[in-house]
Design a protein around this ligand. Structure first.
Ligand code: PCA
Length: 326
C-alpha cells in the first residue's frame, strides 16, 4: 500500500507527460515600452511568433506592448530580477547604469544607418559585458529613425529656442537640453501630447515615428530634420531563464533574434520616409536645418562626445577608436 502511494503520483506524471506534451509548454512575458504602431513593437511580435512556430508552441512569448505590463524605466530591473523573462528597453535610459549605454544618444556621433551600425558593432561587446554583469543577455537591437527637432515655431539657430522647455528621454538628452540653453523635462512617449498641450514642454527631439504616432500636428507646427543621432532599443533576456531552456529552444530564440535585428536595419529607412510624409501630410512644416543651427548643434555634439569619453576613458576610448576605424 505504501509502495503504491509513492509510485502513483510518478505514474500519473509520466502518463500525462506522454499524452499531453503541451504540459511543458511555457509562457513567457515580454514587456515593451512603445505602442503597436512602432517598428520595434511590430518586430517584437514577429520575434515571438517565430519562436512559437519553431518550437511547435513549446515556448509562447506574450508581448505586452506600450508599457502595459510595467512602466518603461522598470523594465530593466524586471528582467534582471527574473520578474519577467525578457523585455525591450531604450538603450539610452540605462545611461546612468554604465556610460557605455550613452553611446546611443550622442548628437552627431553617428547620423546615418551605416554609421549607426558601425557604432553598434563597436559598442556591442561592452554592452554585452555590462548586461551580463546584471544577469541579462542581449538578444537583438532595433534602430529608431534619425532624431530631429520638433517645435512650435521655426528654429534657425539655437537663439530661437533658448529658454524654452525641452523634452528629455535619457540622461544624455537632458545634458543636450542644458547645452542648448533649454530646460530639460523628462516625459515618456504616452505623455507627450498632454505635456505639450499643458505647456510642460515646448519642443522635443525624436523620430518622425514618435511624432506621427502621437499626432504631433495637434500641438506643434515645425519639424526640422537635424537627424542628430539614431538611437536603438535592445531586447534582453534573463540569463538564468535562458539557460534553463533546452538547446533547441535556445537556438530558436537566437535565430529569431538575428532575424529581428536584420529586419530592423532593413525596414527603418522606409519607416522614416513614411512617417515624415505623415507629418507633412498633416500640415507640419518639414524643413532642413540652417547651416548655423547645424554648426551650433555639431559643436555641442563634440562637447558631449568628449564629456562622454571622459566618464570612462579605459572603456570608451577603445570603443570610439574601433568605431572610427583607428
Ligand atoms: N522614440 C522614442 C525613443 C526614440 C524615438 O524615436 C521616444 O521618443 O521616447
Amino acid at each position: 500500500m505504501k509502495l503504491l502511494k509513492t509510485l502513483l503520483p510518478a505514474a500519473v506524471v509520466s502518463f500525462s507527460a506522454l499524452m499531453m506534451p503541451s504540459t511543458f509548454a511555457a509562457q513567457w512575458h515580454m514587456p515593451t515600452p512603445y505602442g503597436d504602431a512602432n517598428l520595434p513593437t511590430k518586430i517584437a511580435y514577429g520575434f515571438a511568433e517565430q519562436i512559437n512556430e519553431a518550437t511547435g508552441g513549446d515556448l509562447d512569448i506574450k508581448v505586452h506592448s506600450g508599457a502595459s505590463l510595467m512602466k518603461h524605466p522598470e523594465i530593466p530591473r524586471a528582467v534582471r530580477t527574473g520578474q519577467v523573462q525578457l523585455g525591450e528597453v531604450f538603450i539610452g535610459i540605462m545611461g546612468n547604469t554604465h556610460p557605455i549605454f550613452k553611446h546611443d544618444n550622442i548628437p552627431f556621433l553617428a547620423t546615418d544607418y551605416e554609421q549607426a551600425q558601425a557604432l553598434w558593432e563597436a559598442s556591442k561587446p561592452e554592452i554585452e559585458k555590462q548586461l551580463n554583469k546584471e544577469g541579462m543577455m542581449l538578444l537583438y537591437t532595433v534602430p529608431w529613425p534619425a532624431q530631429s527637432l520638433y517645435s512650435k515655431k521655426p528654429v534657425n539657430s539655437l537663439a530661437d529656442i533658448q529658454g524654452t522647455k525641452m523634452r528629455a528621454y535619457s540622461p544624455s538628452t537632458s545634458r543636450l537640453a542644458d547645452l542648448m540653453n533649454t530646460t530639460p523635462t523628462t516625459v515618456q512617449v504616452p505623455d507627450i501630447p498632454q505635456a505639450f498641450s499643458t505647456g510642460i514642454i515646448d519642443a522635443m527631439i525624436t523620430s518622425p515615428s514618435t511624432g506621427a504616432n502621437g499626432q504631433a500636428w495637434d500641438y506643434l507646427s515645425h519639424f526640422n530634420e537635424i537627424k542628430a543621432w539614431i538611437p536603438k532599443n535592445v531586447v534582453v533576456v534573463n540569463k538564468r531563464a535562458f539557460k534553463r531552456l533546452d538547446k533547441k529552444t535556445q537556438q530558436a530564440m537566437l535565430d529569431a533574434a538575428a532575424a529581428a535585428e536584420a529586419r530592423g536595419w532593413s525596414e527603418v529607412t522606409a519607416q522614416e520616409a513614411k512617417d515624415t510624409k505623415t507629418l507633412a501630410d498633416n500640415g507640419i512644416e518639414v524643413s532642413q536645418p540652417s547651416e548655423q543651427l547645424l554648426n551650433e548643434l555639431q559643436a555641442i555634439g563634440v562637447t558631449m562626445t568628449s564629456e562622454w569619453e571622459a566618464e570612462s576613458p579605459e572603456t570608451l576610448t577603445p570603443v570610439l577608436k574601433a568605431y572610427r576605424g583607428q
